[in-house]
Design a protein around this ligand. Structure first.
Ligand SMILES: *Cc1c(COP(=O)(O)O)cnc(C)c1O
Length: 395
């Protein structure tokens, strides 16, 4: 039996007509940039997360960079984050001109260890960026209380955590802002790249809307007024106008980016958003099945903390004999993934930060032991049983 780690084709086949119609509608209306469907998707996303503002952008990495810049974080500033995550988490901090500072993770949840953050705080620290890794929320109460004590921002890297909950609150509503990715293999994925910033802060929303679009037009002017404390003048463009032919787009108020989400991607996401809770429930159901049925003394199963809803973007096992079990599973037709083989503090790109082996013992330990097995929503009962049997038969 061949089981891939992700199966994007099988998801498409369950929704093909609905998705095709949504894409064709955008094509026929030629509403490609900041179209009505995109405005609608942002509105529905806000309703889903229960947040005041959703600002769509070109990808999850840009969401993080733009959020940092929207909060005024840049050169000379430090941001504390996890070393056990996708590179983009720290890369976004560097791209904003600031310095990533790593605090080690917990061995069981893979999330940043909140008890190791305080010792990293300096007079340069501006923010903490927890990552809800693999879909499990980080220790937000502890992180938020540290942030309050030291007057820091909290930016949630929620790229793997759409639909996750912490104490019955949706991830994305806890910090000052949160960032999501719609990369195709994420729990909610589009047909290419996409991302979203969410926030309850009017100021962050104004700045992010300006920054994603060359600091131009009405949003650029509002952001400029906010930064210069000028009372809001009437914007140049009033009311909804044809975006492409809007003359105010040539009035620029800030140095920003070209980082908009395509209307076609928004149309796809608008369809898929209806199914995200079902898909996440399926993932949780599969995780429960794995937790109950995988029994092998060479394997450590994932740990779910109390009062949080883990959406299992990845189902991560640990083994002292990772190479041997991964090869064995691949021979049985089961694809696996290694997240993450090199902790960020040891990446060549971060040589100049001066970390070396031994600085983040838990992240280093995990990077040698973790591997992912398939957990996508469309896995069949047969496939799941086959995966469990293979793992249990590994000696
Ligand atoms: C996917 C991901 C990102 C980046 O998102 P892109 O859309 O690929 O730019 C950032 N952080 C984490 C934790 C991710 O998993």
């Amino acid at each position: 039996m061949n089981i891939p780690l992700f199966d994007l084709k099988v998801q498409y086949s369950t929704l093909d007509e609905e998705l095709n119609n949504a894409v064709l509608h955008v094509l026929s209306t030629a509403d490609y940039i900041m179209g009505n469907t995109l405005i609608e998707f942002e509105k529905r996303f806000s309703e889903y997360i229960k947040v005041n503002h959703s600002i769509s952008v070109a990808n999850g990495t840009d969401a993080l960079v733009i959020t940092l810049k929207a909060l005024g974080i840049g050169p000379g500033d430090e941001v504390i984050t996890s070393p056990f995550t996708f590179f983009a988490t720290a890369e976004s901090i560097s791209a904003a001109g600031a310095k990533p500072v790593f605090a080690d993770v917990e061995k069981d949840t893979f999330n940043i260890d909140a008890t190791k953050i305080e010792e990293k705080i300096t007079s340069y620290t501006k923010a903490i960026m927890p990552v809800h890794i693999f879909g499990q929320p980080a220790d937000m109460d502890e992180i938020l209380s540290l942030a309050k004590k030291y007057n820091l921002y909290v930016i949630e890297d929620a790229c793997q955590a759409i639909g996750s909950e912490y104490k019955d609150k949706k991830i994305g509503t806890l910090g000052h802002a949160a960032c999501f990715s719609f990369y195709p293999t994420k729990n909610l994925g589009c047909a290419g790249d996409g991302g979203m910033i969410v926030t309850n802060s009017e100021e962050v929303a104004v700045m992010a809307k300006a920054l994603r679009n060359h600091g131009s037009g009405e949003n650029g002017q509002k952001a400029y007024d906010l930064l210069t404390n000028i009372s809001m003048e009437m914007p140049v463009d009033k009311g909804k106008q044809e975006y492409i032919s809007n003359p105010s787009k040539y009035y620029n108020y800030l140095i920003g980016f070209n980082s908009r989400l395509d209307t076609i991607q928004a149309a796809i996401l608008n369809v898929k958003l209806k199914y995200i809770d079902t898909w996440n429930d399926n993932r949780r159901y599969t995780a429960k099945f794995y937790n109950e049925n995988i029994i092998n003394e060479n394997i450590v199963k994932p740990f779910e903390k109390d009062s949080r809803k883990h959406v299992y973007h990845m189902y991560i096992l640990q083994s002292e004999e990772r190479n041997r079990i991964v090869n064995y599973l691949n021979q049985k037709g089961i694809s696996t993934g290694i997240y993450y083989p090199i902790p960020l503090h040891l990446q060549k790109a971060y040589k100049e930060l001066g970390y070396s082996e031994g600085h983040m013992p838990n992240a280093e330990y995990l990077s040698q032991r973790t591997f992912a097995i398939p957990i996508y929503a469309e896995l069949t009962e047969n496939q799941k049983s086959y995966i469990v049997d293979c793992i249990n038969n590994f000696k």
